[in-house]
Design a protein around this ligand. Structure first.
Ligand code: UT7
Length: 326
């Protein structure tokens, strides 16, 4: 059977770091509140003129370098993002042009914080079907551009980043073993960006109402996130005839330390099986999982043959998991 194997990982975060102490200076909040309620100490913020496609391109270059593949070898680019450079065309097309990936098809996937796993699933299916040999899958976000920096309920959570993997068609037992995708659109207004799609056009009133910004009812999202991430992780384990003991590294979407800990505990993981970096980057939506995977990989925390469980939840609602044999 042809499998899609991850042969390279890469990530990129903007240089500028915004700490909780920096936020304290312009918002009615405190470092203590943010740390204890979210586990976040700091996040990275894209510079003026630095766009989602720039972050994505740099992460992709690093992943390609590790995999030892050239831009011309890439036949597919899928970007999971909700903060594309433009409403359309796809940010993946800008990445394709930046890289000079002249042989690649390119499209974006919109599944919010589950965006990377949705993108991965699309690419894995094409690789396994024999339609793609070398694919780039990227999660990239510049969320700082769509959060309301006057809303303490949301802005403290988010950051900018990109992560990427190269997937290659390989024979054998290594690669992405499964992907599971779920969605429930009935709760979309708990976490969404009201403007400016076709439902709400830009107007003076809409701008005044802050409708361009991300809106979230955090405590409602919290409950569904823990339940859904637990469910979809268990579905993945069952589908692969695995138990929590078989998993070497659990990489959950990094939204909030309390969500991560509650989910890991409900699934049954020990602390040393769980990868956490939310304290340094905050919630970078579609970028959290590939960013964490690249960090863990470069730190030598992932070894050949290791089993990884990837797990995400986000706006839509969407939730997803993947099991990978490294
Ligand atoms: O990526 C997937 C999608 N997103 C998420 O998974 C995020 C999910 N939600 C969360 O992470 C948490 O719900 C938050 C961190 C957003 C909020 O934590 P919480 O424990 O659910 O707090 P809360 O919303 O219930 O608010 C508790 C209090 C409120 O004050 P009152 O009404 O009790 O007086 C808030 O106004 O905390 C207040 N508060 C703050 N205080 C200081 C909210 N944000 C802040 C803040 N600084 N930044």
């Amino acid at each position: 059977m042809i499998r899609a194997r991850i042969t390279g990982t890469g990530s990129y975060v903007p240089e500028k770091v915004l700490t909780n102490l920096d936020i304290e200076k312009f918002l009615d909040t405190s470092d203590e509140w943010i740390r204890t309620r979210t586990g976040i100490n700091e996040r990275h913020i894209a510079a003026d003129g630095e766009n989602t496609s720039d972050l994505a391109t740099r992460a992709a270059e690093r992943a390609m370098e590790m995999a030892g593949v050239s831009a011309a070898d890439i036949d597919l680019i899928v970007v999971g993002t909700i903060t594309g450079d433009y409403p359309w065309p796809a940010t993946a097309c800008i990445v394709q042009s930046n890289l000079g990936a002249i042989n690649a098809g390119a499209f974006d996937v919109s599944a919010a914080c589950s965006g990377f796993l949705y993108a991965l699933s699309c690419a894995v299916d094409r690789v396994e079907a024999g339609r793609s040999k070398k694919a780039l899958v990227i999660g990239a976000e510049a969320l700082s551009r769509i959060v309301n920096w006057e809303d303490r309920n949301t802005c403290i959570l988010f950051g900018d980043a990109a992560g990427a993997v190269v997937l290659e068609a390989c024979e054998g037992e290594h690669g992405v073993l499964s992907t599971h995708l779920h969605a429930d659109g009935t709760h979309l207004e708990l976490l969404y960006q009201p403007g400016f799609g076709t439902r709400m056009q830009p107007s003076e009133q809409a701008l005044k109402d802050r409708n361009y910004f991300l809106h979230m009812q955090g405590n409602e999202v919290f409950k569904v996130a823990v339940r859904s991430m637990t469910d979809v992780a268990n579905i993945a384990l069952k589908a692969n005839n695995m138990s929590v003991e078989d998993v070497d590294l659990f990489i959950p979407h990094q939204a909030n330390i309390r969500i991560l800990n509650a989910t890991a505990k409900k699934i049954g993981f020990r602390d040393d099986q769980v990868y956490i970096n939310v304290e340094r980057f905050g919630n970078t939506s579609g970028a959290t999982i590939p960013l964490a995977m690249d960090e863990a990989n470069r730190a030598g925390r992932i070894k050949e043959g290791d089993i990884l469980l990837l797990d995400a939840f986000g706006g839509g609602f969407t939730w997803a998991s993947a099991i990978v044999r490294w």
